[in-house]
Design a protein around this ligand. Sequence first.
Ligand SMILES: *[C@@H]1O[C@H](CO)[C@@H](O)[C@H](O)[C@H]1NC(C)=O
Ligand SMILES: *[C@@H]1O[C@H](CO)[C@@H](O)[C@H](O)[C@H]1NC(C)=O
Length: 495
Amino acid sequence: MEASPALSRIGLAGLAVMGQNLALNIAEKGFPISVYNRTTSKVDETVDRAHNEGNLPLFGQYNPRDFVLSIQRPRSVIILVKAGAPVDQTIAALSAHMEPGDAIIDGGNEWYENTERRIAEATGRGLLYLGMGVSGGEEGARHGPSLMPGGSHQAYINVQDILHKVAAQVEDGPCVTYIGEGGSGNFVKMVHNGIEYGDMQLISEAYDVLKNVGGLSNEELGEIFAEWNKGELESFLIEITADIFKVRDDLADGFLVDKLLDKTGMKGTGKWTVQQAAELSVAAPTIAASLDCRYLSGLKEEREKAEEALKQAGFKEEIGSVTSGIDKKRLIDDVRQALYASKICSYAQGMNLLRAKSVEKGWGLNLGELARIWKGGCIIRAVFLDRIKNAYQRNQSLPNLIVDPDFAKEMVQRQAAWRRVVGLAVSAGISTPGMCASLSYFDTYRRGRLPANLVQAQRDLFGAHTYERVDRPGAFHTEWTKLAQKSGSGVGALN
Ligand SMILES: *[C@@H]1O[C@H](CO)[C@@H](O)[C@H](O)[C@H]1NC(C)=O
Ligand SMILES: *[C@@H]1O[C@H](CO)[C@@H](O)[C@H](O)[C@H]1NC(C)=O
């Protein structure tokens, strides 16, 4: 064995900003790392940065073979390239030089089934494979992301010490855990992103209500969000929202936030989350509402024309009459509570989607542990994730966050404020699809009896689908139309 001390502990291929930052993070934690990118200028750039950011032990390599051979066996190679075909190409280029027992770790936002296919292919060649969700954006990658590695447990063990140091640190440990087998790491990251969609939508609705119903200025909004960030809502997204309201336009008068086009971009993980929820028959209305809102936001020109068309048809804005008697202080406090309660419902949906998938695939996901590794580093990091962690640690089989005794109490305490905000918004004609979806989710889930009995009757009437009864077992079918006609008031009785 050529145990050369010059060999790197790990390698990273794909040196866009995320890749560069993660490599620098690893080197900074004292793990010698080899880096590679087809574009040689990217390698030089990364080596320069490693030099400038503290002479970090990072070594540039200029072809796949040298890169792979510069790493200690069993080798671990992280790849951070665009999801899809580029991942397959990178694997092909690198695996030609890898040996049985070596591991590939894909850190991209990959569709979990692609990871499962690649695990099978890698296994066929004796290679280990991990699909690892990485959240935290560029900053997180450099200074501590939340990591969601799933796939080969041995591949995880081989790099566990590195991941523990590189991940964000919170008081109960590093924000990384072995997620489970197969594509579970990617799936968990996907749902994380779906929850992120929900959070961002709910925050934008709070902004809309405070601005347009409450008449708050950007300065006031900045102060309110900064204030909220000191309480139960404390989180990365609330914190950056406070900052956004403070930024003045450098090209014209006023605040920059008011100059941004109201069209939201997206990369697909939110859509996958909603598709998976539908596949698994899990209700995720808040996440779906946030996705729908992104679609509608994209129809900017259509919306402008609709605004005009409805004005001509006689539509009158009702905002004025609603805002006239508003108690600003009360509204702000109500919106804070509505936002919190809406978020809990959204997280409940995401968690239940994760559980349903875990059951289907036999992943054995630990929901409390997932909430824990989201407490730091990632985009949805928030103080109340600690409470979610505790709820699942108290009761692994908690069917819904809403019925955890602590959360149940909080929901009950906040529901009056929540209803006031949604009611005000509806009267004012300000759409709050996320808050409405969360409130409807809550009101549907908490009711022991729903009007689904009528839907069952309709299904049985036109399709003989049969129904169950509340008072005795068995499947029943009724000739509804015939009986209704006999009673003299059924379908067609008036003809
Ligand atoms: C190298 O860099 C380019 C451009 O930054 C990128 O498109 C490519 O996927 C990178 N990765 C590898 C492994 O070459
Ligand atoms: C977990 O929650 C469910 C539903 O609320 C309940 O039926 C069960 O008893 C709880 N288990 C524990 C250990 O508290």
